[in-house]
Structures are given as C-alpha cells and as structure tokens.
Design a protein around this ligand. Structure first.
Ligand code: ADP
Ligand code: ZN
Length: 653
C-alpha cells in the first residue's frame, strides 16, 4: 500500500489501440477484396483444361516458382468465358485468368498433349515472378497483427507506459521500485508513530544491516526474512522503508500481485531478476507487499490443478530464499494480513521465520500518529491531538494520514489560512463515511458492549486462580491472537483439569457479562465460544475428563481416525451431552462470579471505554491485589470488534 503506480492509460496506449484497430481493418479489407477478385479473375485447373481443349486460350505465362500461371483468353472467346462481363473488358488489355498449377509435371504433360493434337497452338512462356509489395505485406500481415496484439495486451496487463517498466521487452524483469540509499527524504523510525513493539523487533534487523560483521564474527546467522503482519494501513510498508532508511541501504519494493502475470514463467523470472538485482546492491532490503498474492498455500493435491503459474512463482521465491547465503546481507521483509493462508513452506526456518505484528493504533498511538501527520500542516490553535485521537477509534495510521490531508483540503477549499478543528471533524466524518462501507467503525453502543465483554474476561481472570493472569486488556480491534491450547494432547506442558476449567470460565466471561449487563448476547463472542467448545471436546473425548467417559481417549496421533469416528453413535451422544453440560456449568460459574464482582466490573468497563486499554495496575486499583501470584507473563489480550479476534495461534496439526 505504498504510493500508487502510474496506472493511467497513457497516450502511448491509446495510439497502440488505434494501431491495432487500423491493422485489423486493413487486413479485413484486403482479405475481402482479394476474395472478390477470386471470383472474377481466377480459374480452376479443370476450367483451364476445358478452356484449352475448347480452344479459347491464346497463350500462357507460367510462374513455376509460384505454382501459378496466367491464362490469356482469345478476344473472340471472351464472351464464352466471361459471359456478359466480357463487354466490360477493356479492349486494350487482354482478358486473362490466373490459374493455380498443382504439379508442374502434369501441366507439362497436358500442354504437350494439347500441342500435339493441335487444340493449343499458343506460346507457353516461363517466367520467374517476384512478389509484389502487396503480396509480401499480405503474407506477413497476420504476424504483424499478432505481434501488435501481443504488445498491446501485455501493456494492458502490466499497466506500464510505453518504454517504461513492464513493456513487452521487460516482461520477465522485476518491476521493483528501488529507493537508493543516502536520499535526504528517507524514511526513519521517527516517521513511524506507535508500533513500539514492532519497531523494537526490527531494530535488530537494522543492526544486522549496519553492522553485519558484529554478528557473523561470532558465528551468528543473520535472519533472511521477516513477515510484517497486520491490517491494511497500519504502516507495514512504512516500517519496512524505515528499516532501510535507518540502515541507509537500498530498498526494493514490489507487490506480490506484480509477480502474478498471465504469461507463463514471468512470475518466476521476475523473482529471479529481483534477487539478482538485490544481491548486487547488498546489503539491502527487499520488501514484498501483499505476499499472500503469491504465497497462498499450494494445492494439497497436485492433480487437482490450481494456479500453476502462481505456484511456480512461489517455488522460485522459496528457491531464491534458500539459495542466497545466510549472511549475504539481503533481508526480505514481506507484508500480509493473512498469515493463516500462507504456504507453510514460507514460514519455515531460514525463510520468513519471524513474524512482526502491527496492530491498529489505540488511543495513545493514534495521538502519536496525528503528531506525525499534523507536523507539516499549518494549524489553528484550537486543534487538539487528544480530541482527534478520541474521535477516531478503529482508524488505521493510513486513515489518520488521510484525515490530516483531507482536513487541509477542506480548509483550502474555504480559503482559510490555517487548518482548524472543524476542518478535521469534517474530514473525520468524511473518512468514517468511506470506512463504514469498508471496515467496521465502532458505534458508541458497540463500544460499550465490547467494553463490558472485555471487562468480563478481565474480572474473571482476576478472580480465578488458574486463569491467564492479565497484563493488558484492550477494546481496540487487534490482529494478534492469544490463548493456551491445552486441549491438545501433544501439548508438552501438563495442565490440570482445574486449570482448564478456570480458563474456560474466564473465556466465557465475555458472553456472560454481555448477557448479564446488556440483556443481549452478541456475535462478539464467537471466537470465545469456538475455543471453549473445542477445549471441552478435547477434555472429554481426548483427555478422558468426564464422569460418563472417564479415562477414554478417542484421539489418534496416527491419524487413523481421519475419516471414521472411533466410537459408536451412543458414545458420540454421551460426548455431546458431556460437552454441553461442561460448558453450561462453567457459564453459570462465570455469571455468578460476575454478579459477585459486579461493581468492579462496571468500573473496569467504564475505564476501558475512556482509555481503550487498561493494564494490570488499573485492575488492581479496582479489585485490590490479585490473590494468586502470576504464573507467567503472558498477556491477556483479547480481540474485540465483531467477532472477537482473539484466537489460539496454535494450530491443530
Ligand atoms: P500498510 O503497508 O500496512 O498497508 P502503509 O505503510 O502503506 O500501510 O501506510 C500507508 C500510510 O499511512 C503511510 O505512508 C503513512 O503515511 C500512514 N501511516 C500508517 N501507519 C502509520 C504510523 N504508524 N505512523 C505514521 N504514519 C502511518
Ligand atoms: Zn471475548
């Protein structure tokens, strides 16, 4: 989502379009015209034999290299050959028909016979004919048209202007835009507001690039790549540029969709070219935006077909990443919003084995982003970053940049000298209008529901001994997932039944709070419910933790139950009932705990609505010190908005 490429159809394209149309018309005209002549001035070989034997033919001119001849008709026979049209024949020209000659030998034989029996007495002249310009043109025209079309199509496809990158002759070249080092307007970490965690993580990459020897001398391996994961507009491109800017190295930027072309092999060749270019400029950064466009998981079943071209490109990318040395100084950053759909091969060690998460900014971070983007504007005194940040929940960094730009435009439209608060509020309204269609912007009511929901989790985790100790709760939609996957039997860590029950209870706290305090239940708990359901199935069917099916495990580590359940219908029913009962009992437990600590819960929710994030200290102030010491430093960071984005990162394979 960096700057837009110049995609406007240039004049060059228009000229090409017309050129193609003109070629088509000319070709069609010639074909038709030619067809018309065929009727009049051509004769078949059979006709030729007939006319000769009837004595109509005066003489012949044979072009043996063209396998054709000109058959001249005696003027007094013209009416037999041409019928009424004979009258129109110019008396100065001699009436003539062209005849194709299939085999020179049989022609020779026929003529010899005709001459010997006296039916043909004229001259037979042998000539060599050079093609006329027109004939040459006609014979190459189809190729010209094809080539023209190809150029035209490929220009259309790649969207490049004439002579620019992406023309037909550079189709296999990478279209990477390069930002050279040492530019005065380079992007640095100062330009990236908020995203403190992400910045801290890429700091190390900057160090690698600046001072590779420090690491390699110790035998360390410099990482090859990192994935920047987060919703659109959160500054992934910006951060990648800032890494290059901080390290003062060249920055190659390309979008995943640039690799995917209609021509076979182009994607792979672009990848090759990109890495070739980058290696020459090392140390440097390669940035691949929207890597999911190429990096989508490959088809499981190769015979099912699928997008072979994209897979070739992906394979080439993997090959290149493996191919260059660990310490070659080229670091690849790639951006995506969907790690889950990426091919697992991309995430393997030595490839994109690090993930750096970028989230939508919370209140304070939005203030910082405004700080960055307000700087270049001439502001009225009444503009308050704090107020603007409050007005823009759910906005991404890019949306905020947009607000600032839009506000300046609005002010200019009203011939103002300075941009004022009203301009900003109008701009916010405008952007919200646009956003509501695209992404969800929270209404006050939704925000309240989410705050109650999250406060529910927070309250329960404070009062349940084994629940994830809480460090931070937020109602900003988050991309990051969290939560223990203790329902999986492979899990090395040992978890007791009590711990699992407490976890379940805390997870159900969100919905329980919604039901108790808003009177409604909402879709916001979907992920919680999914997790709880999976967990309780795990406890009962895999871990043998229920009374009706004690010590039974219907899990198979060898996958032999992949297509068939290892238990009877009756057992299935027992499992279902136990799961239902287990969840119901934890839900009741959650509700009664919430009622018990209702007052504190409401204070928490209030605080969340005001500040959007709260920390363990805030909860402690409200509820007093937690009865049990924290067992780990995990962050309880539950996603919200719509479908509660918090999920287990652990996968089930
Ligand atoms: P992404 O690549 O994540 O879609 P970009 O990096 O292209 O997002 O962001 C687009 C623009 O939004 C940036 O050029 C910048 O102006 C603004 N922006 C986004 N995030 C931030 C941020 N954290 N701080 C400052 N500006 C930001
Ligand atoms: Zn929840």
């Amino acid at each position: 989502m960096a700057e837009n490429k110049d995609n406007k159809p240039g004049t060059g394209n228009r000229i090409q379009t017309w050129l193609c149309i003109a070629l088509f018309v000319a070709f069609g005209y010639i074909m038709l015209k030619d067809d018309g002549e065929n009727l009049n001035d051509k004769a078949t070989y059979t006709q030729f034999k007939e006319y000769v034997s009837r004595g109509y033919v005066s003489n012949l001119v044979v072009y043996s290299n063209m396998n054709s001849m000109e058959m001249y008709i005696k003027p007094d026979s013209a009416m037999y050959v041409f019928g009424d049209r004979a009258a129109n024949i110019n008396p100065l020209s001699r009436p003539m028909l062209t005849v194709g000659v299939g085999s020179m030998d049989s022609f020779q034989e026929f003529i010899d016979n005709a001459e010997s029996d006296g039916t043909f007495t004229g001259a037979v002249e042998y000539r060599k004919k050079s093609r006329t310009g027109m004939e040459v043109l006609i014979s190459v025209l189809p190729f010209l048209i094809l080539i023209g079309l190809w150029i035209f199509m490929s220009r259309k496809m790649t969207g490049g202007g004439p002579g620019g990158p992406g023309g037909v002759f550079s189709v296999g070249k990478s279209k990477a835009r390069v930002y050279e080092k040492g530019k005065p307007d380079r992007v640095t970490f100062k330009d990236v507001a908020g995203q403190a965690e992400a910045k801290a993580e890429v700091e190390e990459i900057v160090e690698f690039l600046k001072n590779p020897k420090k690491y390699t001398d110790l035998g360390g391996k410099i990482p090859k790549g990192a994935l920047l994961v987060g919703p659109p507009g959160t500054g992934k491109t910006l951060l990648a540029k800032a890494v290059a800017g901080e390290a003062d190295v060249p920055f190659f930027s390309l979008s995943g969709s640039d690799f995917v072309e209609m021509f076979v092999g182009v994607g792979a060749s672009r990848v090759r070219d990109l890495f070739h270019q980058a290696k020459e400029k090392s140390p440097c950064i390669i940035f691949i935006d929207e890597i999911d466009a190429v990096g989508r998981a490959r088809g499981k079943n190769p015979s099912m077909g699928g997008n072979d071209e994209r897979e070739n490109t992906l394979n080439q990318l993997l090959t290149e990443m493996d191919g260059f040395g660990t310490n070659s100084g080229v670091i690849i950053l790639a951006a995506t919003n969907r790690v889950d759909i990426l091919d697992k091969a991309l995430l393997r060690a030595g490839r994109f084995d690090r993930q750096i998460h970028l989230d939508l900014p919370d209140l304070n971070e939005r203030k910082e982003v405004f700080g960055v983007h307000l700087k270049p504007l001439k502001l009225d005194k009444d503009v308050d970053k704090d107020l603007l940040a409050r007005q823009t929940p759910g906005f991404s960094g890019a949306d905020i940049a947009n607000v600032c730009n839009e506000a300046a435009l609005i002010a200019a439209r009203h011939d103002k000298k300075k941009v004022s608060k009203d301009d900003f509020l109008a701009a916010v309204d405008r952007i919200v209008g646009g956003l509501e269609k695209k992404t969800k912007v929270l209404t006050a009511k939704e925000k309240e529901t989410i705050a109650l929901h999250e406060a529910g989790h927070a309250t329960l985790s404070w009062f349940l001994e084994y629940a994830n100790p809480l460090i931070k709760v937020t109602i900003v939609p988050r991309g990051r997932a969290l939560g223990a996957a203790w329902y999986l039997p492979e899990e090395r860590q040992i978890t007791t039944k009590e711990q699992m029950l407490d976890e379940m209870c805390a997870t159900l706290g969100g919905r329980a709070a919604e039901e108790l305090f808003t009177g409604h239940i909402s879709s916001g708990a979907m992920n919680d419910l999914e997790r709880v359901t999976r967990q309780s199935y795990g406890m009962i069917a895999y871990l043998g933790m229920s009374d009706s099916l004690p010590n039974m495990c219907y899990y198979s580590s060898t996958d032999e139950y992949a297509f068939q359940k290892p238990y009877s219908e009756k057992t299935a029913e027992l499992i279902d009932n136990d799961v239902k009962a287990l969840i119901a009992s934890q839900y009741e437990r959650a509700k009664s705990l919430l009622i018990e600590h209702q007052e504190g819960h409401h204070q928490l929710a209030q605080l969340l609505m005001e500040r959007e994030v709260i920390f363990a200290e805030d909860v402690e102030r409200i509820f007093g010190k937690r009865q049990w010491a924290s067992r780990s430093d995990e962050i309880l960071e539950d996603g919200v908005s719509g479908t509660d984005q918090a999920t287990n990162t652990e996968t089930t394979n």
